[in-house]
Design a protein around this ligand. Structure first.
Ligand code: NAP
Length: 298
C-alpha cells in the first residue's frame, strides 16, 4: 500500500484527505464498515447527526482497535439544532453518541439561508467549541460563495472545510475558487458520483457518472476502476473526498488510490465533464422537512 495523502487545514490541523462516508449506511452495517475501513488503513470518517449512525461509527472505531487519537472524526450539526445554545448541545449529543470527548471536525450541514441568523449563531457556537478545545477544526457544508461571504462578514474564524457536492458531472468551479481564495479546503461529497446513480428521490433521468465513457477510458489506461480514477482526480486537485461504501471490497478499492497518477490532460478531460447541474438539493431552497427532523439525544 502506498502512503496516503494528508491535507493541512488552515488552522494547522492535519486531516487525511480520503475518508469513509457513511450517509445511507444502515446503522446495523455501519460499525462493521467503519472497523473494516480502519483495518485497511483509512483514518478519517465522515458522519452527521442527520445520518442517525454516529453511535455505530463510534462503535466501529472502538471495535477496530485503532487508537481514538489516530482517527479523524468529522460530523455535522443538523439545521434543527442551529442557534447558539442548541448547537452547543448538538456537540454534546454528537460526542455522547460517538463516545468521544473531542471532535476533529464539526461542520454546519446546510447554509439554511432563509434562517441565516440561526446559522450565524450556530457558527458562533462552533467558534466557542474550538476556543475551548472541544473541536480541533470547524467548517461548513453546502455553502455557495454568497453564503460564505455572509458568514465571513459576521464571524471570526474562517471555516477549515466546505463540504459540497462534487463529482465530474458537478464540479462547482465557482465554489472551489471561492474556497481557495479564503484558504478553505474543499471536500467532495458524492465524490464518485453516488448522487448520480444510487436510489433516492432524485428522478430517473439521471446519467451515472460511473458509466461515463471518458472516465472509463482514463480508468482503463491506468488499469483502475472508474471510482478509483475519480478519487485520484480529487486528490491530485487538492481536495478531500469521502466515498461511502459498506462493501469490504469496495471500501478497499476506494482506498487503493495512492499508487498511480493522472496526467494534466486526463485531469482536464475530467474537469470538462462538468454539466453545471447539481444532483442534490439546492442549498438556497431548503425543504421544510429539513427543519422538522429532530435529532435525538445521546
Ligand atoms: P458516493 O460516495 O459518491 O457513492 C456512494 C455509492 O457508491 C453507494 O451506493 C456505494 O454503494 C457505491 N460505491 C462505493 N464504492 C464504489 C465503487 N468502488 N464502485 C461502485 N460503486 C461504489 O456518494 P455519497 O454517499 O453521496 O457521498 C459520500 C459521503 O459524502 C456520504 O457518505 C456522506 O458522508 C457525505 N455526504 C454529505 C452530504 C452533505 O450534504 N454534506 C450529502 C451527501 C453525502 P455500496 O455501499 O454498496 O458500496
Amino acid at each position: 500500500m502506498h502512503t496516503p495523502i494528508d491535507l493541512t487545514l488552515n488552522n494547522g490541523v492535519t486531516m487525511p484527505a480520503l475518508g469513509l462516508g457513511v450517509y445511507q449506511s444502515p446503522p446495523e452495517e455501519t460499525a462493521a464498515a467503519v472497523a473494516e475501513a480502519l483495518r485497511i488503513g483509512y483514518r478519517h470518517v465522515d458522519t452527521a447527526a442527520a445520518y442517525r449512525n454516529e453511535r455505530e461509527v463510534g462503535e466501529g472505531i472502538r471495535r477496530s482497535g485503532v487508537a481514538r487519537d489516530d482517527v479523524f472524526i468529522e460530523t455535522k450539526v443538523w439545521v434543527s439544532d442551529y442557534g447558539y445554545d442548541r448547537t452547543l448541545h448538538a456537540f454534546d449529543k454528537a460526542t455522547g453518541k460517538l463516545g468521544v470527548d473531542v471532535l476533529d471536525l464539526l461542520i454546519l450541514h446546510q447554509p439554511a439561508p432563509t434562517r441565516f441568523d440561526t446559522v450565524i449563531a450556530a457558527y458562533r457556537a462552533l467558534e466557542t467549541l474550538l476556543a475551548d478545545g472541544r473541536v480541533r477544526a470547524i467548517g461548513v457544508s453546502n455553502f455557495m460563495p454568497h453564503h460564505l461571504d455572509r458568514l465571513l462578514a459576521e464571524t471570526e474564524v474562517v471555516p477549515a472545510i466546505n463540504q459540497v457536492e462534487l463529482h465530474p458531472y458537478f464540479s462547482q468551479p465557482d465554489v472551489q475558487r471561492a474556497d481557495a481564495s479564503h484558504g478553505i479546503t474543499t471536500q467532495a461529497w458524492s465524490p464518485i458520483g453516488g448522487i448520480t446513480f444510487y436510489p433516492g428521490p432524485w428522478g430517473d433521468d439521471r446519467r451515472s457518472v460511473m458509466q461515463d465513457p471518458t472516465i472509463g477510458e482514463i480508468a482503463a489506461a491506468h488499469g483502475v476502476s472508474a471510482a478509483q480514477a475519480m478519487l485520484r482526480w480529487h486528490l491530485q486537485q487538492g481536495r478531500s473526498a469521502i466515498p461511502k461504501s459498506v462493501n469490504p471490497a469496495r471500501i478497499a478499492a476506494n482506498f487503493d488510490v495512492f499508487g498511480f497518477e493522472l496526467s494534466a490532460d486526463e485531469l482536464a478531460r475530467i474537469d470538462a465533464l462538468d454539466t453545471g447541474v447539481r444532483g442534490g438539493p439546492d442549498p438556497d431552497t431548503p425543504r421544510d422537512a429539513f427543519f422538522d427532523l429532530v435529532i435525538p439525544e445521546a
